[in-house]
Design a binder for this molecule. Sequence first.
Ligand code: C2O
Ligand code: CU
Length: 478
Amino acid sequence: MSALVALNRRSFLKQSMVAVGVLGFSRLVQAQSTGAVREYRLVAAPADIEVAPGRIWNTWAYNGQVPGPTIRATQGERIRVVLENRLDVPTTIHWHGVPLPNAMDGVPDVTQEPVPPGGRFIYEFDANVPGTYFYHSHVGLQLDRGLLGTLVIEPAEPERLADREFLLLLDDWLPTSPDDAMAAMMVTTPGTGGGMMGGGMMGGGMAGPASVTEPPYAGSLANGQLGTNAESVSVVRGESVRFRIVNGSAATTHRVGLLGHRLTVTHTDGQAVESVEVDTLVIGMGERYDVVVRMDNSGTWPLLAGSVDSAVPGIVLPVVYAGKRPTLAPVQVWPPSLTSGKRLAYSDLRPRDGVAVGSPGRSIPLTLSAGANGAWTINGQAYPNAEPIQVRLGERLRFQFRNMSMLRHPMHLHGHFFQLVDRTTGRVSGPIKDTVIVEPMMGAVDVEWVADNPGRWLMHCHHAYHMEMGMVREVRVG
Ligand code: C2O
Ligand code: CU
């Protein structure tokens, strides 16, 4: 792209963002550029990662570490990342949730040629919208190998939400190759597979072999450490700590809670919400939550996380008050005081900075189903054999997700935020997000968004294996 084209595109983006402000998504208005550039170098290469003392994971990583380095910038700065590919396969990096120019989105063969072995690519974009994001490879199942990291954009006006913060990147740990896991899932999921439901769809598949719907994970990782071996969080009584929680798992929906404390939810997918106090929250693949915890209950407490479908928390992170012993009794199952407490629901969340108004957008029904031969489909089509969704620049749209399968699908849209529709009132009053869980067996979520960012964007399930098996659509804006 010539410098002139790049410049035109930037000023064009600026104009379209201002137009969006009228519709109420004013948080997308561009920040004044400070001219500062945050530069990082990420080398994707094979690495031996010690996930617990003596337990070595032979995998792929950025800069020899899982997660990769945390990328931080302040709103108004520019982020430049030089990716060097020292794998023997092509790769890319996607900046999950960040509204950036299409050419920087990191989707192989859609927004860029994948970076070949030995090649490099420079990603560069403005840090406009503050929030908690993450980055990951967007090639095949590489995310499940450890090619991921956290990205934080601080607001230009510093927020004083808490005394300090702690990043918590949740991941499911697959010690073996994701490609082998995928092959095994393919073999064992003919017909019913990961689960069709309803009417005649069950068909004769019921008689098929027991289905394997998830890869053989050997545990959960908290910041790259095997769950029960994770680092501890030292706190002082009376202070407050902000946890930026990212679910970077390829296939595991996590539940999170801290015994003896409540979580005050302040952001989802980086976007501020009116504070809500809960005991636990459920976080789908690709979702983020920021929570603030007031440390007012002296002791040593387990911060727990793990698959929402399991009674055993895979991650036990000691939160240790000053002067208290850093050891915890083993936690065998989720404590009832947490599981019977308040669990965050999307309907509890309201955006902090007002509600978007405007006439309802064009409705696009999106039915999520299990297809034949292990495929996962949207409206019966499995990507890449799927028609792109064509939308006009500036168009307001309503995606109506309907889940006809037996598994959860965290649906993610690139390059844009959307707002959840409150299904009881029909109003567009829910949180602003970029990833939303659609619950199994007739789960329904409507989201509304403004197509203000031109280009070819993906919308897909963030379960890496569902994505790989077709639960993807291209959305062409403009
Ligand atoms: Cu984090 Cu296309 O996804
Ligand atoms: Cu899915």
